[in-house]
Ligand binder design. Sequence first.
Ligand code: GDP
Length: 323
Amino acid sequence: MTKRALITGITGQDGSYLAEFLLDQGYEVIGLMRRSATSNLERIAHIQERITLVSGDIGDQVSLMNVLRDYHPHEVYHLAAQTFVGASWSQAALTGETTALGVTRMLDSIRLIDPEIRFYQASSSEMFGRVRTVPQNEDTAFYPRSPYGVAKVYGHWITVNYRESHGIHASSGILFNHESPRRGLEFVTRKVTNAVARIKLGQQQELRIGSLEPKRDWGFAGDYVKAMWSMVQQESPGDFVIATGQTHSVRELCEYAFKLVDLNYEDHVVTDPAFIRPAEVDLLVGDASKANEVLGWKPSVSFHELIEMMVMADLKAIAAQGS
Ligand code: GDP
């Protein structure tokens, strides 16, 4: 029997890697897309003919129910959200509507249409915020530091609650930062690697960013989507931290990315207060031992390999645009 999966947020970084992975596993992939005047398909253009794109919105319960009724997925991967921490202060209520309540709308749709559908919730290390312990694992208390983090805490607990209240096979993946050449340009890794390429190719002089001190546990998105799938395949649902266990500062990220093209970051990086956040998450580092033991999951790409992959991809893309 061919398994069918619905991915919300299929046009995003994780949605595109997950769709590729599920297609390779022989799945039929349905992708939920918001109606939009402008096309946002660049990350899935190469697989567009192999997937079914359907229109719906996590702000609209009926549209979700219709999609579940019409396409009968066996698994739902809920990745759609307002995902940029930086924007969540200026659009706090919208972040709550999508990132928090969107989860309830999808879980209610599953409960009403077919409670046998298995569910994956994209939870986030931002829930740990002002961290209570180092490293963070599934038992670490949450202390979110942004409207985004607060909304993700809600999404996490409503997932646990529907598992416990309604017996839904609902899992929550607490993913630490995960990046790739497909990462949005607003996130710091891609902002840096893109700027490094543009500076190297003479198209830009400086890179304006916020604080250089925060530390993050950065892994490769292609590794992380495999963990999502693996959680959904378990006999019992659960919560899993997915992380590399290594942490690096934004400064180290800049230093390494510029060094890759024989430049010194201190000659180009300018701190701009516009990018300093009202409240910061200073340090994240995850302990993924449970995922390793139960799912057999471990990351395959190190921080340095990841940044090199991203710088090389940006150099190639920008050089191609110029030629
Ligand atoms: P986040 O961990 O989900 O917020 O991922 P980001 O990539 O957006 O940010 C990672 C860290 O980099 C945070 O601590 C930011 O405050 C810090 N940072 C410093 N300068 C910048 C910047 O210019 N843009 C972004 N996005 N983050 C920055």
